[in-house]
Write a protein that binds this ligand. Sequence first.
Ligand SMILES: Nc1nc2c(ncn2[C@@H]2O[C@H](COP(=O)(O)OP(=O)(O)O)[C@@H](O)[C@H]2O)c(=O)[nH]1
Ligand SMILES: [Mg+2]
Length: 203
Amino acid sequence: MIVKQARFVTSLSKIEQYPGAAAQLGGLPEICVVGRSNVGKSSFINFLTGRRALAKTSQTPGRTRLINLFSINDDAFLLVDLPGYGYAKAPRADKSEWDRLIGGYLENSRSLRRVLLLVDCRHEPSALDVSMAQYLYFYRLPFTVIATKTDKLSKAQLGRSVQALANGLKLGRDDILPTSAKDGQGREKVLAHLAEILTRDYA
Ligand SMILES: Nc1nc2c(ncn2[C@@H]2O[C@H](COP(=O)(O)OP(=O)(O)O)[C@@H](O)[C@H]2O)c(=O)[nH]1
Ligand SMILES: [Mg+2]
């Protein structure tokens, strides 16, 4: 797949806004991005779309408290940037609002074709990453694990890390796609993977 066009559509601060926004766009297929805050979700969206600042990235974890919708290739599909989970410093009330946003979206989207679960390639999956994978299994939401920030490791280190991630998430190592928003690693593979998912016939 070639990303010819990408545009920001809207931000949702409450899950109640989602059905209306999705309907207004005509129920486009959706690919969503989840992961802990600061794992590189917004950078991943920019990397995938080839746009430097389509999604706002941040040095400060826990900034995105919104669901951001991006339309790709003239409404071929939507990329959905979900708020990051697991930001320890968030006030308690904020935390539950985030969970409501993430859970509300994942359990209610009718057009969700794939969840991209982003994990940092440098670390073993956190307890929250493991919970998220279990949650996705529980709701039978098909997902793909994307390892981010591969530019921070040597090739040998990356091989070991991907294996550790696969073990921690009970996946095969080929089920994890390594990427770097910095040097572009993995972009073609991710785009081919998404193209394959989006062209599948669900009828
Ligand atoms: N070296 C490197 N840094 C990255 C990469 N992806 C994201 N970052 C950095 O990680 C931080 C958090 O990124 P962001 O996309 O805002 O994460 P989000 O909170 O998950 O949306 C920022 O400082 C990014 O520049 C990557 O592939 N390589
Ligand atoms: Mg973000």
